[in-house]
Every structure is written in C-alpha cells, then in structure tokens.
Design a protein around this ligand. Structure first.
Ligand code: KG4
Ligand code: ZN
Length: 357
C-alpha cells in the first residue's frame, strides 16, 4: 500500500491561530487527523473589533505550541509530513506574515515542499473535508470579509458571478450587533436573539434588490438599523430588530441566489448542479434552512461544511494543500503575503462610491 500524503496546514490571516494535519483514506477521501483553532476573541473584545497589532502579537505567542499540538494530536512523526501549506492571503499583512513565515521555515527545515494558500480557496474547498464534492460547483462565500457568488470550475479556477459592493455580510451582522450593544463578534449572537423576536416588526431596506444581478449590498441596512436603534427602549424591541435584520438578509440571499443559479448555468453545463455555502456566516441555521429550500425548488444539491469548518480553521488550508500537493503545485520560499488576493483575479473591482452595476 502506498504512503498516504500527510499535509500540515497553518492559518493566521485574521484573529484565529490554527494548525491542522490531514491525510487521505484508502478511498482517496480526506481525513482530518488534528484540527487546532485558538480564537483571539478575548484579546479584541474590549475594542469591539480586531486590532491588527494585537492580533499579530497573539499569533506570534501561540503559533509554536499550536503547530506542536496539531502534530502531537495527529499521532504522526513530523518527519512523515509530505508538505506544509500556509495561508498567504488575503488578510491582515502583519497576521499573515506570522503563519506564512512559520510555514516556510518549517517546510525548509524538513526539506519538504511549501504551498502558499489563498484563504478564500480554503473556505471554497472546506466541504470536501467531510463530503465528496467534484468540480464544477456554485459557491456562495459568506464571511466577515467577503460575500461572493463564484463559479468554481476547478482547483484555482474561479469566475466571480456577484460580489458585495460595500460591506460583507458577516460585517453587516457584526456592525448591527455592535449597534445593539452586543459583544464582539456579534454575528452568532444576533442569530440567538433573533429567535426571541418578531421578524416582521421593522421594515428594513434591501439595497440593489431589483438590480445589479447577483451583486449584493448591505451598507444601507446598517444605516437603517442605526436610525431604529436610537428609538429602542425595551429588550423585546432589540430582539425584534435582530429578527427583522436577519429576515431581511435572508430575503436578499433568497432572491440573489436564484439569480446566481441562472448565471452559473450560463457558465457551466453540468448534470448535477451543486451549491456550496461556506464561510463563517454559513453557520447561521436560518440562512442554511432558507438556502436548502431554494435548492429544493431549483433542483440544486445544497452542500455545507460542518459548523466546525465554517469559521476560520487550518484544516481547510491543509485541504487546498492536499489537492495542490497531488498536482505537485508548490511555491517558492519567497512567496509574498498578499493582503488582497481575489479568487477571480480578472473580476472588476466593484467597491466604493460611483460603482456602476
Ligand atoms: O469565515 P470567518 O470565520 O472569518 C472570515 O474569514 O471573515 O467569518 C467570520 C464572520 C463574522 O463576521 C461572524 O460574525 C460571522 O462570520 N458569523 C455569523 C455566525 N457565525 C459567525 N454570522 C451570522 N450568524 C452566525 N451564526
Ligand atoms: Zn475566513
């Protein structure tokens, strides 16, 4: 029996320091041998958001023992590793540099190949960690920094179909939470509070709902929430606003996803139409429920990563590393950290005032 590849993944693009070892079983499916994630929520809580300098410092303090723990938990000997994959972007440059430099040094010391991974590609491939998923597929990537519909044609081959023209969806959740005086990161808390509220209480705007194809916009929503927050007096009103906000997001994604399906079908001809939803916001159960229903109506197969692989983690980075390792797609040790690194490098930049849709 031939040796199965063993890949170390390292992630430090924002406020999670993470390391993971993955391999394959006899059927060629990925197996996660260890997955260590250390969140910095407590470091940034008092500031209400991620402070880059503090985040980088925290990555530096933790990276050694997190990688060591990932190796110890996996039960492997480091000499058995076949490649080291680190996130090289997009993200905060001071944070990226920690995991990227560590990964390069580790690979060099073991004399093993190094693989520079796009964090967004990690999210895109995250469902492969527990389910069979072949190319092509439609991806909705919803995280704290990104909101995009992408046609995933193959490893490293992306066509962007739609993107947010202002805030990312996770950012909208976090900003709304902040206005409601909910501790950072507020996205998951909004989901909890929304359960106790009346989603029809407040009528919130749905920017570019009837134009712009499957592009998205959430900034106007935040402004509307701000106006209502000023008048709120009771906890019940707070729950109602959380519920109304989440319902509005759901209505926007419902409509835009149907448009994205049509766009996707213009680009690929596939018998089994697959819809992957990934990124931190994919953990939201109400959003999942609605997207599953849309898939049933439109004859798509819905695919979500397990909740533990929705947020930032290193198993998804190792997953990209595994696919790249099998194709011998390695990188040199001078590969730079890339704060901006879109999956579809040919897509037009669509942010800021004066954007034409
Ligand atoms: O993918 P991720 O962990 O980090 C980025 O790459 O950005 O996503 C984090 C985002 C945060 O904005 C967080 O508030 C949001 O995902 N999030 C949620 C939920 N869980 C995490 N938003 C809504 N509902 C949730 N259950
Ligand atoms: Zn992420």
């Amino acid at each position: 029996m031939s040796k199965k590849p063993l890949i170390l993944g390292i992630e430090s693009s924002c406020d999670e320091t993470a390391a993971s070892i993955i391999s394959e079983n006899d059927l060629g499916n990925p197996v996660v041998l260890s997955n260590i994630v250390s969140s910095q929520v407590d470091v940034h809580k008092e500031f209400g958001g991620v402070v880059p300098e503090l985040a980088a410092r925290s990555h530096m303090e933790k990276i050694d023992w997190i990688v060591k723990k990932a190796i110890d938990d996996s039960g492997i000997n480091i000499k058995e590793l076949d490649a080291v994959a680190s996130t090289a972007g997009p993200g905060l440059i001071v944070c990226l540099s920690v995991g990227l430099s560590f990964g390069k040094a580790f690979a060099a010391s073991l004399n093993k190949p190094f693989i520079a991974v796009n964090h967004l590609e990690g999210h895109a491939l995250s469902p492969k960690l527990n389910s069979e998923l072949s190319y092509p597929y439609l991806l909705l990537l919803i995280s704290g920094g990104h909101s995009q519909y992408l046609c995933v044609k193959n490893l490293g081959e992306y066509k962007r179909l739609g993107t947010t023209i202002d805030d990312a969806i996770g950012e909208a959740f976090d900003k709304t939470a902040k206005l409601l005086d909910i501790e950072f990161p507020g996205g998951p808390q909004i989901e909890i509070l929304a359960k106790k509220g009346n989603p029809s209480k407040y009528d919130l705007p749905k920017p570019i709902f009837n134009k712009g194809g499957c592009n998205l916009s959430f900034a106007g929503l935040k402004t509307a929430v701000l106006k209502i927050v000023k008048k709120i007096k009771t906890d019940q009103e707070k729950f109602d606003l959380a519920a109304s906000f989440q319902k509005t997001i759901i209505e926007i994604l419902n409509k835009k996803t149907k448009i994205a399906f049509k766009e996707f079908e213009k680009h690929v001809n596939t018998k089994e139409k697959k819809f992957v939803v990934a990124g931190g916001v994919a953990a939201n159960k109400e959003i999942r429920k609605m997207l599953v229903k849309v898939c049933e109506e439109e004859n798509y197969k819905p695919i979500f990563p397990p909740i533990e692989f929705c947020g930032d983690n290193a198993a998804m980075i190792a997953m990209v590393g595994l696919e790249r390792y099998k194709l011998k797609k390695f990188n040199k040790l001078d590969y730079p950290a890339k704060p901006r690194w879109p999956l579809d490098e040919d897509a037009v930049f669509l942010k800021g005032a004066g954007v034409k849709l």
